[in-house]
Design a protein around this ligand. Sequence first.
Ligand code: ADP
Length: 430
Amino acid sequence: MPNPWIPELLRLFWVLLAATLLGAVLRNFPLGWGLGLVAYLGFHTWQLRRLVNWLRSGKTRNIPEAGGIWGEVFHFLYQRQRKHQQRKRQLEDILERFNEATSALPDATVVIGRKDEILWFNEAAAGLLGLHSSQDKGQAIDNLLRHPDFITYLNQNGHGGEPLRMPSPVDDALTLSVHLINYGRDQRLLVARDISQQQRLEQMRRDFVANVSHELRTPLTVISGFLETLMDSGDECAARWQRSLDLMHQQAARMQHLVADLLMLSRLETDRSSPPRELVEVPALLAAIREDAQLLSGDKGHHVTLEADAGLRLHGAERELYSAFSNIVGNAVRYTPAGGEVQIRWWRDGSGAHFSVNDSGIGIPPEHIPRLTERFYRVDTGRSREVGGTGLGLAIVKHVLTRHNARLRIDSKPGRGSTFTIDFPPERIA
Ligand code: ADP
């Protein structure tokens, strides 16, 4: 590209020459140069005016024709404006595609600013959350979504990643799963999904299990009752069938345990309210559980010990806590060979109250530990049945603990024994 300053300097040279010649003709050089300077300045002012008019018109394409340094200036500005417009068009394209994609999303998506104000939302947010495009932008989200659980969820900044279930403000029959995600600078994304169908299926499954268990309970009680009467009758016929009657009675008792556990589990699953805050005398509860464990051990002679902080009590549901503790102690006895040790401990420290059961039993291979609290998950199904297990004990424990904001830890070595520890937060201590 030729240097634009050369024509510009040439132009200056010609103006100076013309001014000098004019000065010679007029016999007054300063006047000639003065006129030359005025002409030169006039030329630049005219070019400046063209530049301003061109910029004002906004018609980038109609670039003014000019030579020298002014041609360069017009050319530079023209290039800049073109690049700027191209970038703007690209950004508009991206924004349009993003808008199309988010509008097509079935989940409601809302962008929330630093002061909880609504910055943007997609179309689904209208149907699921009842937001309306023009008037709701800029409003605080908790003014529009007023469910108390949602307000708590928002203030806690999303329960550490856990979604919240709440009814839709548009229609109570719709259940939403709401997720709050932090991103960018002080911005949050709220995603709400309609999970009514999933909720209905879960409810149907729970109702089905609860109904079947309920229906089975009465026939089982009758069968068990008659078997006991028969066995106790001292009848000659019954004596001949003694072994079969024993087996029938054993199996009926197993089914009764299973039904009782299923009913307990379905009650825990259905009851979403927080557990009652009764004052639970844990040391007395554990003393009773220790005696039950000794009875369960029978002639197997387990050595069951209890070490408990006599003044340490909890706020919670006594029946549920009894069930959780006795399931863990019962397992320790059932999965520890005759004559083994079972130690029950109950103590407190700075992090809260703790319950632990340590046994010298068969232990659990590490790959099974994460799945033990699933329903019907057993390391060895045959063995579990043999010792009268239902496969539901630890699932019940997990539900009870969730309701009491407590946590279960399992530490075990195959062949060396296991330790099950429950940690209760300090707020639960009475
Ligand atoms: P179950 O009724 O079969 O005992 P649980 O849910 O109580 O069901 O326990 C699940 C599985 O965890 C058991 O089948 C058993 O394999 C294993 N388990 C639980 N507690 C112990 C323990 N103390 N020692 C060894 N294995 C255990």
